[in-house]
Ligand binder design. Structure first.
Ligand SMILES: [Zn+2]
Length: 86
């Protein structure tokens, strides 16, 4: 399968923006005063941050396990994922 380099660059940029806080997660929208409260749209148990979505949201445990091999992740796991070729 051939991967278009522009598509790969685009995916990398989306992932980087997500991790660095340049995203439309509710926590950021709340900080920008565009949203009154930042609870997660999926579980409503925690603030919707990149760390919550990637590591600990219970509503995403199944797909996280399917794609990353673990239902919940620690920060160190995320660092190793960032160094993988996506
Ligand atoms: Zn959640």
């Amino acid at each position: 399968m051939m991967i278009n380099s522009n598509n790969k660059d685009s995916q990398s940029r989306v992932f980087t923006d997500f991790l660095t806080g340049h995203n439309t997660l509710r926590r950021n929208l709340h900080l920008l005063r565009l949203l009154e409260s930042p609870p997660c749209r999926r579980c409503a148990a925690e603030e919707e941050t990149a760390a919550h979505i990637i590591c600990e949201c219970e509503a995403l445990a199944s797909p996280r396990h399917a794609y990353l091999g673990s239902s919940f992740l620690e920060t160190e796991h995320v660092k190793s994922i960032c160094h993988m070729e996506l």
